[in-house]
Design a protein. Structure first.
Length: 230
């Protein structure tokens, strides 16, 4: 599977993906830059894939459907017509691969992530960011801590593509909350000022992401709350 990064809005990423003769767009929060990319590369999307219902991940759907007649695969919480409902424990066939769908409640209650076991690629939406995780708009700390364990269950060599470029801010917070970690210190130096930091490797996140390092709901809650007030 091939993944192309399309920066949209202020700090969101949409992803144009290709497998076999299938073309998809993950989380088109706006259509303009996605259409520009598709036209430049002579691609027509077959599928829109959404991770959760927030506007900055779905607001480009309507324009893409109108222009290309593409289908929509999204979790049930997303409004509008869906050709496939992405549900926990199910597979979503896409070209030569099949995504495994996992519910990761917390940021929203119906948020899903997509894992491609063939190429070991994860689309994490707003559940996991580089050195960070999504804010808890709908779920509890226990929900999101459970979702972090889902992320940790993937192979360490998994490449993760996140919904936002929040890396610089997350790196500053991680350095603040875990000042004794040499891994975090060196990772922060690497990513601050880097520009686009996608994808990140799960192995790197396991060593430098405070929310994955957290060993209990209590630790997780402590870090998440501190970040909300940072
Ligand atoms: Zn969101
Ligand atoms: Fe978002």
């Amino acid at each position: 599977m091939d993944v192309f990064i399309v920066p949209i809005l202020e700090d969101n990423y949409a992803y144009v993906i290709q497998s076999g003769d299938m073309v998809g767009v993950v989380d088109p929060g706006e259509a303009g830059p996605v259409v520009a990319y598709l036209e430049q590369h002579n691609l027509k999307p077959d599928w829109i894939i959404n991770t959760h219902h927030h506007w900055d991940h779905v607001d480009g759907n309507a324009d893409l459907i109108e222009k290309y007649g593409c289908k929509v695969a999204a979790p049930n919480e997303c409004k509008g017509d869906k050709d496939v409902i992405l549900q926990d424990g199910e597979d979503f066939k896409f070209g030569d691969i099949a995504f495994q769908i996992f519910l990761t409640a917390g940021h929203t209650m119906g948020h899903i992530v997509l894992f491609d076991p063939t190429y070991r690629i994860l689309f994490s939406g707003d559940t996991l960011f580089v050195m960070g995780c999504g804010r808890l708009f709908e779920g509890t700390h226990a929900d999101m801590f459970k979702s972090m364990q889902v992320i940790k269950s993937f192979p360490p060599e998994t490449a993760i593509y996140c919904g936002h470029e929040y890396t610089a801010g997350n790196a500053k917070f991680a350095t603040h909350i875990m000042p004794d970690s040499a891994d975090i210190k060196s990772r922060a130096m690497e990513v601050i000022g880097q520009g686009c930091t996608m994808p990140t490797m799960l192995a790197t996140e396991l060593a430098t992401n405070p929310y994955l390092i957290a060993k209990s709901i209590e630790d997780f809650k402590k870090y998440r709350t501190a970040k909300d007030n940072f």
